[in-house]
Each structure stands twice: as C-alpha cells, then as structure tokens.
Ligand binder design. Sequence first.
Ligand SMILES: [Zn+2]
Length: 810
Amino acid sequence: MSSSFLPRWRRGLFAATAAASAFVLLAGPATAVPAAPADAGDAPVILERFADEQASVVEVTVADRDELDRLVATGVDLDHHVSHTEAGIVVHAVVTPNEVEGLRALGYRVGQTLFDPDDSEDRIGEREATIAEHKADNQAFSATLAQNATASDVRIIRADYYTSGTNQVLSVEAKWAQGQTSTSTLTVSRDSGPGTPIGSGGTQSISRFVDAGVYLYHRGASAVTARPDRIQITSPTGDVAVAQVKEWLPIDGESPEGPGYQKDFVTSYLTPTELYDRIKRLAAEYPQLAEIVELPYKTNGYRRKAQVVLGTANASRVAVDSLAWGHQGGNDITVELADPGAANQPLNATVTGSAIRVSLATDAGGAVTSTAAQVAAVVNGAAGSLVKAYTYRGSAGDGVVTPVAATPLTDNLRAPASVSRDPHPVYAIRIGKFRDGSRTGVLAYAQEHAREWVPPLVTIETAERLLRNQKHDPKTQELLRTLDIWIVPSINPDGGHYSFYDFNSQRRNMTNHCAEGGSTDALARNSWGVDNNRNYSEYSLFDGYSGASTSCTGDTYAGPSELSEPENKNLDWLASRPNIKFSMNLHSSGNYFMWSPGAYSVPGRISAPRPTLAEESFFWGASSQILTAIKRHRNMAVTPARTGPISDVLYSAAGNSGDMLWYKYGIYAWNFEVGTSFQPAWDEAHQQTLEYANGLVELMRVARAYDKDKKRPTSTLVTAPSATEGMVDVKFDVSEPAAVFYTLDGSKPTFDSTLYASAGVREGGETLTVPYGTRVFWFSVDAAGNIENNYRPDTEAKNWNRAFAIISDS
Ligand SMILES: [Zn+2]
C-alpha cells in the first residue's frame, strides 16, 4: 500500500523544483531538457594505454571543477579521491607512463586550460546564459535579503562537530548574500562549550565554494580542541548569524548488536569465483533462510582471442588474431615470417596443423621486400579459417616486415584453469524467511569496478552476519522475517578475475568494443572494456550528460549504447523487482556516502533533478544512521563534506547505477566509497570490511524501520513578519521527513498541489511570502506513505490542515 505514494513524490519533484527555482542554484531549470549528445567533433582527447605498461596512481592538480570535468572527459582513469586544497583540486589518476606523458602534453602540469578546438561558440553561449541565470538567482536572493531589514545577509546552513580517530573537527557551511560577487572569506567565531563566550574557542575561516562560475556557499573544516556549542559569523558588511553546533554522527545509546553478536568472517581478499563459492556454501548451510539466484544474463566471459603483433614500426607491423578463443585452440597457433635466404623469391604462406609459415618475397639482391599489407593478405588467403591478419591500427602497412621465428599467439590470460573461460553466470544470494516478493526488498551489489577488492568483502561479511546471528539474536531474526535481501558480491566477475590475475588496475569489464582499424590488437588489451557504472539508462552520456567517455579505450567508456552489457542488464533486472525500496552500490575509495543526482550536463552544469525536500531529509536522516554505525567500529567519520548527492560532492558520472535505481525505479539508492585505496594491505582491508559491514547491516535496519513505520507525520504552519507591507512569511514544520502539498487559493490540497520545496542546495525548507490573511490548506505524507490525519485526497474527505497566514500578537 505504502509503495504507491513513492511515485507521487517523484512526480511532485518536477513541479516543486521549478517553483523554487529562484533559490535552487544547482538544479537549474527543472524541465532539464538534456543537451544533445556531443557529436564526433567534440570528442575529447583520449589518452592511450599500452598493454606492456603497468598503471600507477598519480596526483593531478586541476584549478577548478570545470577543469576536473575536462580531465574526466579525456577518459583518464580517476579513482574516487577528490580533495580541495589551496593549490586547487587534487585528484588521483590511475595512469600508465604513456598516459602521464599524454597528461603532461595536455598541459595538466602547467595548469593549461583545455578546450576542445571544435567547441562550438553556441555551446559557450549556452553555458554563459545558464551561468548568468544562476548569477541572477543569487542577485535576487541578495536583493530579497537587502529589502528585509530584519534578516542578516549571512545564513549558516550547517555547523557540524565531529570526532574522527583522535581528532575533533568543526565543519561549517554558510551562505552570504554577496558571495557571488565578493571573494571574501568568512570568519567563524566559536565558543568553547555551553555558556562560554563566543570567541573563547577560537576562530576559523571558511571560503567560497564556486562551481562553473556559480557561487554555492562558503564551507570549511578545522581542527578544534573543545566541542563548541554555538558559532557566530559576522559578515564583511557587519551582519551577524548565530547557530547551534550539532554533533555529526554522535555515538550514543546502546549498540544495536545484541549480546553474543558474531562478526569478523572474512580472512582474505576473494576472487569472484571464491565470492560465488562462498555465498553458495552459505545458502546451502541455511536452506530455510537463503537461496542462490543466478541472474538472467551471463557475462561475455574471462576469455579472449589469441593474438600477436609482429614487428615494431607501425607501418611494418602485422597483427594476427585467432578466430577461436585462446583456450579453444587459439593459443596453439604460431606464425613465422621466414627469410627464404635466396634471391627473387615470391611471397607465399603455408599452414601445417596450427603452424602458419610465411615465406617472404626477396629482390634480386636477396633482400626481403614483402610489406605488412602484403603479408596480412597472404596470411588471410592461406590461413583464413584459423586467423585474421591486419595492418596496425589502420596503417596502410607499406613498411617492409622483419622476419621472425615461429611466434605463438596467446590470449594473455594467466588465471589458473579453475577460473572458467566460459560466459560467466552472475550470482546473488537472496536472504529472508519469506522470499516471495511480499517483503520490503533491499539490494546490495559490489565490484562494478573490477579492481575494487574490499567492497565485495563487505557484502560477504554482511551476509554472514545476517545468517549466523539469526538463531540467537532477536533483532537479526526480525530483519530476516520482514525483509527480502538481495546481495550480489560481484557484478563484474570477468573484470574481477582479470584484476586478480592479469592487470590489477582493471576497472571495467573485459568486452572489446573497439572497431576494426582501431585499438583491437594485442597491445591494446588492457584498454578494453565498458565502465559498468556508466552504461545505465538514466541521465547517461547518450542523454547528453557529463562524466563518461565515448572512446572504447577510455576508462569511463559508456559502451556502445545504454544497458549494452550483460552486467548492467542484470542490475536492471534486479532493480525492476517491485518490492525493492533500498539499495547500496559498494565502491572504493575515498570514504564517501552519496546519492542522486549523480550527473549534470556540462554547458551550464544542468543537474539531473534533485530529490524533493522530503526525500532529501529522508536521505540525510538514514545516512547519518548508517554512517554512525560505520563510525562505531573504529571512530572513522565519513565527513559531512563527503556526504550528499554524487554530483555535489564528487563529480558528474553520467549513466551511473544509483541514478538508474532512483530515477527509473524510485529506489532509495546510496553509494559507498569504502576506504582510501583500491587494494590496501590486508590489515587495513580487514578493518574497512568490518566498518562498512556495520553500515550495510544498518541499511537493513533503516529498511525495517521504514517497513514498520505506521506513524503519521504532523506538521504546522510557522509565520513571521515579512519585509514587504501587507505580506507574511510562512514555512512548514514537519515532525519527520515528509512531503507537504499545499494550496494558497482555498482549493482542496491533493497530490497534484504544489510541493513544498527546499530553499537551496543543502538548505532547509523555503520561505513563502504570501498576502496577509491568505488561507493555507495542506497535508503531509512521510517516506513510508503515511498521511497526516489519515486524510485521503482522492476521496470527499475534508480533514486536511488549514490556517491563515497572520501574525498573532499574543
Ligand atoms: Zn568504483
């Protein structure tokens, strides 16, 4: 029953965002007509990675978010680490020496601005127009405050105190009316605890957060030596704002883990084969509570054609690929280019079993004269049922080849035979007493990115905790009785195996989508694959969104089309199950905790639609519960600055899975970025597994609380004097995260009425200015679909809330 209200929230989103556009800075026009996909002329420069090179993680410093977007567009392989420093934005790139040279050549070391020479002027015009619009919004905001004598021109959005490890930190976000035009920092004065004077705890400065020329707010975090109770900001114009400091992720109350709660079940990194074996054993051990589900699409397989590239200079190189898979005979093939050792010999090729022997042509002096193109043709003529030969990456092949002894073709795959070379099934473990779709569903999945080895362990540890504690722990029993839990430890097993055995920086799947004449030869083998977290169907590259590559060798390659990959089709199949309401996409690294929107289009930075005020409050509330559970393990705090929508705190990632789950299926979809590196030393990996499993189990508790939430929200209308004669400022106060639908014209409020919106990015509810005496009708509905007063907008019922917008004198 409750589920039917979620789409209503979603529908309301668009109207509400538009209504609030004067204050919403990032959202932009809620109509969000996607920009046309970049045409070929706008294709970014793609850095090339050669198979003989290993990748390393390097720091790249860029000046601002615009430049970061362009860096992403080169297809360079960025991990999820982004830190803002005095010198600019520091990102970590996973690059080979050749790619490093490419980056240098592109000017990143000298901070050179990279615009594609083909960038059309109208795109720049479009960008400037949208930015100007955002700036006008800021000026309108500034003007509104200036009119209102009772308001300060500075407003504190968040003041969070937290501990992390042995450190104490105060993080402050504030919005200043002059922030668009003035570059001033703001100074925050702290007290040193309840009842102490402001300033006694010291001061810290916070600086402007500007993106694409648009001022968002001031922010900054500093170490403190005592927990402040209040802070004060005096703006450069002399206006003052004061706020109470809240504790971010306080560890209080009892542990949700009862006596005898068991944990710590993972003792090493696990390959995808081992991950699947592990969940199969678990399901076999608990047949009443768990089962293995093979997802409908097999992967393309940990397998390749056997290949070789003969020669060194491009014009004289000959590439040869087997027609059979390497393990099915391709690896047995050899190719020899033999110098006949006599003058005036013709070019010919012979095949004996799997051995291809080319006898090269010679001139009157006995010198070899056969070119690469000629050799490829003669090989195809004689051995066309075994191999395909071609010149190197579209070269005319007019260079004379160098003779070589018989050389084996190889698929270059080094995993032991225990790793299947066939298209691989992808398995989920489904946990719950009632696995018939009648219970609230929760989905957790890991290893979209192959090299991220810790996230799969978090899912295994979580499955183990759920099954092994249910016998003696009533709270775990309750979770298994009321939830339908799907856990997929590895979405991308082919890439995962490749990462363990062949190329540990592998991010993508193993499918080669490069076209003939391009990077299809053996030397490009570490550059193939689709980024599974860019191949989904909402706000994708194909819809014109930013942060994915069109290049088959780009590390954020979006694939040939939306949902082209079996890995992605599997997740779509899982998410389409109607009972799934919550999901966690587990990645590493960076200690982030994020949700939608995860993408924007770059001219003007037009974001996918933002969640409503009510949805955003639900995301924040559940997030702090989950992050508190993580912190319980070893006091590691995911910071407020790394919590929020993906595109606010990280960068645009067009076609990511969280956005598909949220926008297409209405699932509350989160993303973990676990830890600080992809493959940390085991002791650290072990700790990360334990701390993030705390968070994933906590997501089950969030789902359970939602499931049993029968409590109706309550709300009140709060009025305040307006700066404008004859008007009143009104806001709605709600008892829990809840959507408010209202009318101001005396008509009955329904789900089609205006949805109360946010005042702006990371801010609370908006202030409506209405004529004195306006009749306000409204009702609220919480995330679980409970409606205030049990009002039924689709019936003749009249028990909605009503009030007059007046200021009472009492
Ligand atoms: Zn990832």
